[in-house]
Design a protein. Structure first.
Length: 187
């Protein structure tokens, strides 16, 4: 599953991108990262997205814009890239907490809590992205925040879509994550 989800993130990053300010494009990477966290949980999500990042840094052209290699760490999107595995792990950890509290009739609350989990991951990515823009694009804090804000509405939409996908996956595979050790051992 780690390899499959690393490939999912790679495929999402290679989908046509929409260029925005400061040379950072809008891609489907964030959507795939949120789905990975929501579906795999923290450890496997970190491993999957970390594998994707490591393969990209090793030179495979699987990063946004068909780029790869260590030179991307000097680019304006470096902060976003570095944050991806940590955001996936954060979303995964929060998703496990939400999914362990399964109660009939609370589907809307569960969905809202999962959206909250993805928003936390998105916030982490954006904070690191702003730092990367300040460092590598040499933008002042205000300019970096302004440049980053262009991504926020689309990322929130991606978060909602990721939750819809993850809830569908968890309905089909309820034991994927979210079951505590006591419940899992009964099988």
């Amino acid at each position: 599953m780690i390899g499959v989800f690393a490939a999912l993130v790679a495929a999402a990053s290679l989908a046509p991108a929409i260029p925005l300010v400061a040379g950072v494009p809008i891609t489907l990477q964030a959507l795939a990262i949120m789905i990975t966290g929501l579906v795999l949980g923290p450890t496997r999500a970190f491993a999957a997205v970390g594998l994707y990042v490591l393969l990209g840094l090793a030179g495979l052209p699987i990063l946004a814009g068909f780029r790869g290699g260590l030179a991307v760490l000097a680019g304006p999107s470096a902060g976003y890239l570095v944050a991806f595995p940590f955001a996936a792990a954060l979303v995964g950890a929060l998703a496990v907490l939400v999914l362990r509290r399964r109660r009939a009739g609370h589907a809307a609350l569960r969905a809202a809590a999962l959206v909250g989990a993805t928003l936390a991951g998105t916030a982490l990515i954006h904070v690191a992205g702003i730092a990367g823009l300040m460092l590598n694009a040499r933008l002042a804090f205000g300019a970096a925040v302004t440049a980053d804000l262009a991504f926020l509405p689309v990322d929130v939409l991606k978060d909602v879509v990721a939750v819809a996908v993850a809830l569908t996956v968890h309905r089909a595979f309820p034991a994927l994550i979210g079951r505590g050790p006591a419940r899992a051992s009964r099988r």
